[in-house]
Write a protein that binds this ligand. Structure first.
Ligand code: SF4
Ligand code: SF4
Length: 372
């Protein structure tokens, strides 16, 4: 069987000028392993072309703008007819860089916004004035006809911020918004993750926003982590055909390792490194990405294994499986509809300020504004 690539998420650098508490890559200002050189990246692009090309490459990081050859990579993508986008923290978008960003010819410029209260966004990002940069970046991108796409990662601290973020985005003429939850990958602590009840409420929030704010937003989505097979979820996902990692999606890390999706953090999902074997060889190897290409329902665990949708859904997003070992999804609307919440804690949507303080302050000292 031939597998054609639709989307690639490529962490082109592990360097970052922020210090987000939920960072899935655990990036910081030091490079983790030696990053692929320009020549190595161009060879990967050549290989991608040889295996049939792809529709979209999303350059992520770290902060992709810290890679000085980003323009070289995006122009090669343009030449090969691959659309490109970046996911950035917006810190480097200013009057001086906007011309360079425009020249990248991106389909969209993804920016993370984690709260509409500036102090909270700055706290989560670990950098003062981060929110100011975001506001300025959205304005500059809109003025230069570069489509801003906002990504919000939700955990217990910013769960209640969603309506405020929505208002902020409407005011700033943002049309595309992706909401996802923070899992305990990279730096994100498990106790800060949303509960199942909060997951359900966020799904309703996404549906409600698409329905009642359709004039303001082109699309509000819940990424691959909201939805799956319930009638309620179908409105969120369209037809969910299971994780597409290694089927039509692939992730490449800064130092060249290849896995079905960068969300699959465990090293056991690394197929190989482009420094050992070419991307083409890795992609075409019939033994690669076996957890999806050779999927069998017996690979599932827990409730997913007996679910009537197991064969189609494949247990939802693989990132949970990559983290916790067993292949099943704690966050599944169908499961919640059928079984309810898995514990009294998971049934909670509200947490007191003191509870949130006790969870977050030991990780990173909360500013005084938190109590106002
Ligand atoms: S219970 Fe598992 S297999 Fe069934 S719909 Fe939910 S995630 Fe998919
Ligand atoms: S691991 Fe999750 S986010 Fe990644 S491709 Fe699979 S379903 Fe999508």
């Amino acid at each position: 069987m031939t597998y054609l690539i639709d989307k690639i998420v490529w962490e082109v650098t592990a360097k970052c000028n922020m210090n987000c508490m939920h960072c899935g890559s655990d990036c910081n200002c030091d490079v983790k392993g030696e990053e692929l050189s320009t020549a190595e990246c161009l060879q990967v692009l050549e290989d991608i072309k040889e295996v049939g090309g792809c529709n979209l490459i999303i350059f992520s990081g770290g902060e992709p703008l810290l890679r000085e050859d980003l323009g070289v990579l995006t122009s090669r993508c343009n030449l090969f007819d691959f659309k490109t986008a970046v996911i950035s923290n917006a810190f480097m978008v200013n009057e001086k860089t906007i011309k360079m960003i425009k020249a990248l010819n991106l389909l969209a410029y993804g920016i993370s916004i984690d709260a509409a209260d500036p102090y909270m966004h700055d706290y989560i990002r670990g950098v003062p004035h981060a929110f100011e940069h975001v506001e300025k970046a959205i304005k500059l991108l809109n003025e230069n006809n570069i489509v801003p796409t906002i990504v919000t990662t939700v955990h217990k601290l910013n769960y209640n911020q969603l309506p405020k973020i929505r208002d902020f985005l409407i005011k700033n003429n943002v049309k595309l918004w992706q909401i996802q939850y923070g899992d305990n990958i990279g730096r994100m602590p498990k106790d800060c993750q949303i509960t199942e009840a909060q997951y359900l409420e966020i799904a309703k929030f996404i549906l409600n926003t698409n329905k009642n704010y359709s004039k303001c937003f082109k699309r509000v989505s819940g990424a691959d982590v909201f939805g799956y097979m319930s009638p309620f979820a179908k409105q969120l996902q369209g037809f969910w055909q299971g994780c597409l990692g290694g089927i039509s999606g692939v992730g490449i890390s800064a130092e060249g390792s290849v896995r079905g999706c960068l969300s699959m953090q465990s090293d056991k999902y690394i197929e190989d490194n482009v420094r050992n074997r070419s991307f083409k060889e890795i992609w075409l190897d019939k033994n690669s990405f076996a957890y999806n290409r050779k999927f069998d329902c017996s690979m599932l665990t827990g409730y997913c294994r007996t679910c009537i949708y197991a064969a189609t859904c494949k247990g939802g997003c693989m990132r949970a499986a990559s983290l916790h070992g067993g292949r099943n999804s704690q966050y599944c609307l169908y499961k919640i509809e059928k079984e309810g919440f898995s514990s009294p804690l998971q049934a909670r949507t509200e947490f007191s300020k003191q509870e949130i303080f006790d969870l977050y302050n030991p990780i990173r000292k909360l500013p005084d504004e938190f109590w106002k």
